[in-house]
Design a protein around this ligand. Sequence first.
Ligand code: CU
Length: 207
Amino acid sequence: MRRLTLATVIAVVALTPTACAYKGLTMAAQNAVTLHGDGALTEPNATSTAMTYNTALAPVGSRLNVAFNPSNESTNAQLTVSGLLPNRGYAVHAHTNACATDPAVEGPHYQNRVDPAATPQAPSTNPEYANPSNEVWLDVRTDATGSGTSRTTVPFVFTDRGPGSIVVHEGMQTETAPGRAGEAGARIACLTLSAVQPKGVDPRGSR
Ligand SMILES: [Cu+2]
């Protein structure tokens, strides 16, 4: 009898930390997708996942690395670049589709709440939707060596849908004015995102 009680106590003590840790995760975090991308820019081709459309502003061999990590109801995004032009701003956003030889195929900006007025011919420029809390903006500024890092946290996670790429634009900074919000000039480079298997990974631990 005594032996059984001791075994029960040990079992409860052993199981308790696991139960507490699991309870701390919300449903959103469990279902949320972690996305990442990494690559050195190539000339556009059908199999590349990191390509440049403007080798003067985004040289072949420049490196882009990005991670989107869910944390509770939010997503932390971080972009690291190297090999770009020194001391220059680059506007960068998450777009809906993967990179393609024709940059138009990458689609508009990924929006958490999709602007009902937007069309393929006239993407959203309404600041109510085209803003850095409803889209993912990762505008980055390079240092004297052409390297840089930018971070943002957006108040949503990716579950049944998510962005397919990040696109680097010619503009040095993303516009915010009504009618121009989200605009940043021509697309000069693209990095395809892929989902990271979230099982067994604490998204808060991978930053
Ligand atoms: Cu963009």
